[in-house]
Write a protein that binds this ligand. Structure first.
Ligand code: BGC
Length: 754
């Protein structure tokens, strides 16, 4: 019997109440929560057959126990599935997704997801709420930390690789999990960078930018999608029938499970769509299959299935038959997911204590975590002070230098920071000279902010000593050293969910500390830990080297020390642009052409900012997308194309460029390909990424990198409304641009006839 036939037969035997029970999704309450649950009665729900899935379990033992209750409570022996937020690793924590984005390496993304799947599945988890693929262009938004960055092409490659890493080829394989693309859609476009706030976007940006990674993830086989909290163009996403049924299922061909985000259905009431009964009906009809935490389906669908939903004042008329058929459809999808992964055959098949013990923090997993730090850290400046001289005397300064609590970053819900390696430990292990470590300053000074940052456990410790005493101690250590390594940045909770900021410069006490350290004259290296791009205009002037490591995870100290000592070449390139100042955001490289283009410096009556120095590009920020230095130097030959004139839909433009390592060290470069479409029917971004290749070259070595550009790579989204959007292209001139980042490019025109 096929899985579909199995589900159809089972649905026939189920009562309405049993079907509605399957649509309920609750947290086990074994870890931190991200909202206020409407109820907390998991056991009661299970005994009554009123739960389809559970998330947030923390052990094989608890999975087994909950599953036993679920089976006993279900007349048809329907098992639960178990979900979890496995965002950048499960037990072995990898760098943040925004950091992984900087790796520009699909194989790495795949392998990271694979390791996470191996660790999570061994503990009975079948479904992960990842990858998060929200395009994020506003670093005030704390959830940029969870996102692969600002660019739809890069995020799409990330989505595909992660989905394949999680799901593998065989859904019944014990070490695979169902992935979940989130958050659908435009969650990252929150106005003002305020988490949960709404977004207003053109149809072109919605489909061409924000939906692109979803399209890619679905094509790669993602089994589920999660709705987003925001409204898009005034329509809340948990009731957005046009985007869910119309685009996601209709146009993108998604056949998997659509889950609500945490109380996302209930929140439709606060969005102003009506009472709880109304919003339950609206969400179901819009296409949300499972209700997470709000229990509005459980409470209201039984009546709606009998009476329908009539709200003439809001123009809502939904018949009881429509509700019943939507319940069948949604329940069918929940059951199909469970059937596909083998839970009906053996509900305990994923619970394996031995496998869990072997998988958790396995040496190979830690090794991958370590190299992923090299791949995702971005060297922003280096006046020659890095790598550190062997045997040199180092002053290591900063509240985060010898701190374990802030290493893992946001959404590391199953990671244990006690297993993580501090930066001081890592440097001690890798460097043979003396290291003195002092705090220098608190992470933040405001006690109210400190309290807010400590909401999920203490990570900010306000010192009893005065700021001056701490700075004096740091200055003395710096004076006595050959080099100062200051570890600065954000506390763990400063980025992530509900962690929006109005000011993305470094916190004040750390800025003062950096000024004092720079004034000593001892060469100053900044290691910056953060979950978002920061505005580092001031620090770039004061420091001799700046290495941006994001939140690095379990192997933090080892991975960062590999870079500082020169054992590894930092090969991260920015997945999100860095503004010089907060006021420049949102900032991203896909700036659109304007009628008065920015001329490269301030000019009256041209696009730009009056108060920004001419050295800082107005629209693309201090450091552009794709930027990052290496310990060696790469040169690029003049690019060539095999044919400059192409014709027809099947032609392929071939661009070649030779990259040479001109330095004395082996290094890794990310060769990037962008396109421009100078004449189109609508205003277009000036450039768009269409390819990248990461290559490692020994000193003196050269490699020819070849990019293939198909006609579909020249297409862009255009339409009057969301469902009208088509991918169109215009014959004529295009420019292919290749180089080391989105600002430093060589262009070559081609002509493409229809
Ligand atoms: C987040 C989701 C997450 C869910 C479950 C929500 O607050 O927005 O990304 O998957 O909680 O933990």
């Amino acid at each position: 019997m096929s899985d579909h036939d199995f589900v159809a037969a089972l649905l026939q035997r189920m009562t309405l109440a049993e079907k509605i029970g399957q649509l309920n999704l609750l947290s086990a309450g074994e870890g931190p929560e991200t909202g206020s649950p409407a109820v907390r009665n998991v056991q009661g729900r299970l005994e009554a057959g009123q739960l389809g899935g559970l998330f947030g379990t923390k052990s094989v033992r608890s999975v087994r126990a909950w599953q036993e209750i679920a089976l006993a409570g279900s007349a048809h022996g329907i098992p639960l599935f178990f979900a979890e937020d496995v965002i950048h690793g499960h037990r072995t924590i990898f760098p943040l997704p925004i950091a992984l984005g900087c790796a520009f390496n699909p194989q790495l993304w795949h392998d990271v997801a694979r390791v996470a799947a191996i660790e999570a599945s061994a503990e009975g988890i079948n479904h992960v709420y990842a990858p998060m693929i929200d395009i994020a262009r506003d670093p005030r938004w704390g959830r940029i930390a969870e996102s692969p960055g600002e660019d739809p092409y890069l995020a799409s490659r990330y989505a595909e690789a992660m989905v394949k890493g999680f799901e593998g080829d065989d859904p019944t394989a014990l070490d695979t999990v169902v992935s979940c693309l989130k958050h659908f859609i435009a969650y990252g476009a929150a106005v003002g960078g305020r988490d949960y706030d709404n977004a207003s976007l053109s149809p072109e940006d919605t489909i061409g930018v924000y939906a692109e990674p979803f399209r890619a993830g679905i094509a790669a086989g993602a089994g589920s999608v999660m709705g987003s909290f925001n409204a898009l163009n005034k329509r809340p996403m948990h009731a957005h029938r046009e985007m869910i049924r119309g685009w996601l299922r209709g146009k993108a061909g998604f056949e998997g499970l659509m889950v609500a985000d945490y109380t996302g259905i209930m929140e439709l009431s606060a969005h102003g769509l009506g009472d709880r009964e109304t919003v339950a009906g609206l969400a179901l009809i819009a296409g949300i299959d499972m209700d997470m935490m709000g229990e509005d389906y459980l409470n209201h669908l039984p009546r709606l299935a009998k009476e329908g939903l009539s709200r003439p004042e809001s123009g809502i008329e939904i018949s009881a038959a429509e509700i019943c058929s939507a319940v069948d459809e949604a329940c069918g999808r929940v059951l199909l997911l469970k059937k596909r992964i083998g839970l009906f055959d053996d509900p305990f098949r994923y619970c394996d204590d031995d496998r869990a013990a072997k998988a958790t923090l396995a040496p190979a997993h830690r090794r991958l975590a370590r190299t992923s730090i090299t791949e995702s850290s971005v060297l922003l400046k280096n006046d020659g002070v890095l790598p550190l001289e062997p045997g040199s005397r180092i002053a290591m300064v900063g509240a985060a230098a010898d701190d374990r609590t802030n290493l893992l970053g946001t959404w590391s819900v199953s990671g244990d920071h006690r297993q993580a390696v501090t930066l001081l430990e890592g440097l001690h292990a890798a460097h043979d000279g003396p290291i003195t470590c002092v705090k220098g300053s608190d992470i933040v000074e405001d006690p109210i902010l400190a309290d807010r940052l400590n909401v999920h456990g203490q990570t900010v410790f306000l010192d009893t000593r005065s700021a001056t005493t701490m700075i004096d101690e740091a200055v003395a250590a710096a004076r006595a050293a050959h080099v100062t390594v200051a570890v600065v940045g954000e506390a763990r909770e400063a980025s992530g969910e509900c962690s929006s900021l109005t000011d993305i410069t470094l916190p004040h006490p750390q800025r003062v500390l950096i000024e004092a350290l720079a004034a000593t004259g001892t060469p100053l290296v900044l290691v910056v830990k953060a979950g978002r791009p920061l505005a580092l205009e001031q620090e770039m002037k004061l420091a001799d080297a700046v290495l941006f490591v994001w939140f690095t995870g379990t192997e933090a100290g080892h991975g960062v020390a590999d870079i500082l000592t020169g054992e590894a070449d930092p090969s991260g390139r920015l997945a999100a642009s860095f503004p010089a100042r907060t006021g420049q955001v949102p900032v991203h490289y896909q700036a659109e052409s304007t009628g008065r283009p920015y001329p490269g410096r301030f000019e009256k009556f041209k696009t730009g900012y009056l108060d920004l120095p001419d050295t800082i590009p107005a629209a693309t920020g201090l450091f552009p997308f794709g930027f990052g230095l290496s310990y060696t130097r790469f040169s690029y030959s003049k690019p060539t194309v095999d044919e400059a004139r192409l014709k027809g839909p099947d032609a392929v433009a071939v661009l070649r460029v030779t990259v040479t390592n001109e330095g004395e060290r082996t290094g890794t470069e990310v060769v990037q390909l962008y396109i421009s479409d100078p004449i189109a029917r609508i205003t277009r971004p000036m450039i768009e990424l269409r390819g990248f290749e990461k290559i490692t070259l020994q000193p003196g070595m050269s490699r020819e990198v070849v990019f293939h550009v198909a006609r579909r790579d020249l297409a862009y989204a255009m339409g009057e409304s969301l469902l009208d959007v088509e991918w169109v292209w215009d014959p004529g001139v295009f420019v292919l641009r290749v180089g080391r980042n989105s600002r430093d490019l060589q262009g070559i025109p081609i002509h493409w006839d229809a």
